[in-house]
Design a protein around this ligand. Sequence first.
Ligand code: UT7
Length: 323
Amino acid sequence: MARRSFICGTGSYLPERILTNAELASMVETSDEWIRERTGIRQRHVAADGELTSDIATAAARRALDAAGIDASAIDLIVLGTTTPDQTFPATATAVQAKLGMTGGAAFDIQAVCSGFLFSLATADSMLRQGLFQRALVIGAETFTRIIDWSDRGTCVLFGDGGGAVVIEAREGDFAPDEGIITHHIRTDGTKADLLYVDGGVSSTGTIGHVRMEGNRVFKHAVANISSAIEAVLQETGLTADDIDWFVPHQANKRILDGVAKKLNIPESKVIITVDQHANTSAASIPLALDHAVRSGRAKPGDLILSEAMGGGFSWGASLFRL
Ligand code: UT7
């Protein structure tokens, strides 16, 4: 008998307000054409005044719980990947816990920027497998536009707000090696922090700060790091790119997705692309794309999903799971 985690529901939420490329072109020296050609982005969603990361996370979580057909009271763990918490403390996950009416279990945040969802999934999966918890909400949610410098055209066109969630559950049985959540590969390299960071913080400036990025240099590392993480999970499992039903990548830039898919021989028809609709939502982008794949009827139970991410830190990783 083995203990394995399974995904049993997905959900997502995007704030109502849409900010188009054309609107951005009236704010900084840019154009719809430049943004679309260099990134694939057409629009992004922006949280309303007073709309918090925990509100977005809770909305996504409720939809995932509905899809799984279970009540919040059945959840005993919440792991939330976010870079834009409601407050410095307590963890935003505890606000979600309260908003869902939960009084038991444990809830905490994970800070791995754009890789936050994969780091959260790996953490929750490991804890479930170990028997510490039975059923988890794994969430990625951001109000990323709150740390944007709206006068910096190199970053302000790239990001948006949103949230996505999955419910995962531990089951016991004799499972084939490629059932449920299969494996993860997560890594960081702190020596590259100066290429993508926020120029503020609690113990440094006492301010929130804004995103700073050397986009071009991040781009080059992104394709290399993501490819090596994917190769690691495929090698570990003996699966190949041909076995993958859907590639659900972090949605930073369509050119990065295309570059990775090409390098790994994943046909475009298997790549889930949502970056055009919601730009880079950091930790939220993978669960948003996954939920989109499920609700659009493309990803079905039993499908093998490959996911990857790369973000500030640097942090990066890949996960393999069967729906
Ligand atoms: O999720 C976290 C990880 N982040 C990423 O993966 C982002 C990785 N990087 C990227 O996606 C791309 O590097 C960007 C989209 C950020 C930039 O695209 P690029 O093709 O690497 O452009 P670049 O930075 O080399 O800039 C090319 C030109 C520059 O002008 P000059 O120096 O050639 O005259 C920039 O000043 O484009 C200019 N530029 C812009 N022009 C119009 C930069 N941003 C803009 C803009 N509108 N918004």
